[in-house]
Design a protein around this ligand. Sequence first.
Ligand code: ADP
Ligand code: MG
Length: 559
Amino acid sequence: TATQERRGFEAEVSRLLHLMVHSVYSDREIFLRELVSNASDACDKLRYEAITAPDLLSNGTELAIAITADPKAGTLTIADTGIGMDREDLIANLGTIARSGTAAFLDRLSGDKSKDLSLIGQFGVGFYSSFMVADKVRVISRKAGTEQAYQWESDGEGSYIIDEAEKAGHGTEIILHLKDDAKDFLERPWLERTLRKYSDHIAVPISLKVCGTEKDGETDKAETVNSGSALWTRPKSELSDDDYTEFYRHVAHSPDEPALVIHTKAEGVISYSALLFVPGQRPLDLFDPSRKPRVKLYVKRVFITDDTEELLPGYLRFLKGVVDSEDLALNISREMLQNNPVVARIRKAVTNKVLSEIEKRANKDKDAYEKIWEAFGPVLKEGLYEDAGRRDTLLKLSRFKSTHGDAWVSLADYVGRMKDNQKAIYYVTGTDAEAVKRSPQLEGFRARDVEVLLLSDPVDDFWLSAISEFDGKPFKSVTRGGSDLKDLSNSDSNTSDEAKSEDDTEDMVALSALLKGILGDQVADVRSSDRLTETAACLVADDNGLDMHLERILRQHNQ
Ligand code: ADP
Ligand code: MG
């Protein structure tokens, strides 16, 4: 027809789809979780829009999700009465990949199928996962507030067809024509079990109908399969680890297990509930320059936005989950969230709660905490220079590698092991953990058994320039000039040190004068040093100047 148009998928989508279509991924049942999750998001969005435009919901339609299996036709349909999509939305959402982290996901695809499939397990693939079980997918959608419906159809091989369609009422219907080897997904017991497992936390009612079968003596009967209440409003005692995990997967769009669950309710000066998760693995977009936290804000159970920087500080952007406020007005606009005093109070309370829960985990379960630190430490450390008020808490949470074995070290561990006459906490920074470990600057410290922190995250130079001490001990770079190594000598090595300083006065003076003459302006000074035991010479920074690594970073940025 004249309205019909065939369009090619974006190259990235094609790559992803190719993987889906030819997938032998064993967990392909996750397609149902992805589609129900999208249907639920669509209902959330419409509920929000309807606050300011009540007409959108005035025709009496309830927000709901309906699943229909038709074994005769071989189709499974997931329908919702949510926000819906118009032609442009269909093209933008189901023909391109807008999701953050997707580019990183695709970059990691190797072309080796088994490796790539295991990556799918780590990365939620969303709508496109339908092509793991269907050889044809038809989406019929009508955007709330519009009259014309559209359909999108594809076999997942390179292109899709978009056309006008008929549909009563707003919302979206996704019709999966199941592959021959996926017909089991039409069986009632499997559907009931899976929907209960994946979708119990979904806050809109989900009904299931299996055509041609009997339920409670009635043919074609639809039954409700979820409890339909927002999970975070339910008491902790009623919730299992599985409930939390499934909810995490829904809000985080991620298939892993959470490393830490923080479920809290505050009543009093401010009233809110929060259900937040520290992910089990590092999300692919963790270092996205926007640094935006993606926690969802609800007001009295109504989803408002997941696009606000106000709710949490940037250094907690790895958290996923929900904050639901009783104190904000339902019709609050996203702009009004900025500089809002209620939001600021929630942010303060939630941030404190999160840090104290993380600290509890650190004290209770060292191994579990170190996993969290390994994944998110570099982000948490941003708080050291951004959040002066919580600096002490964050310093306590920080863990480091050091010259003292391979284990993670806390600053308290370090200070506890300091030499009797050691006054500073020594560190060396660099961009590569292995190179840092081999730095010649460490030789003298190693020889004297003085521990040095090995810092190789880009953020380290920044917080070190903002924080001068821990527990009364200054931080000191080993690349700084006149090192204090002499004072740190073990008593039994004193004599050899003195012998060395004697050379200093004779040959060394001549040698440094000679070298200074040759190097000219390129160096500020040439000095003998106690810091080396094997290497003949190394570069150090001036005592009052910048740390060498920081200087290099600043030079790269033309500062
Ligand atoms: P994600 O849910 O992580 O954004 P998906 O691949 O699951 O990624 O979905 C892509 C986009 O398609 C969604 O962000 C949404 O805009 C749109 N979409 C998918 N399913 C629906 C639906 N049932 N109703 C409305 N929009 C939908
Ligand atoms: Mg999705």
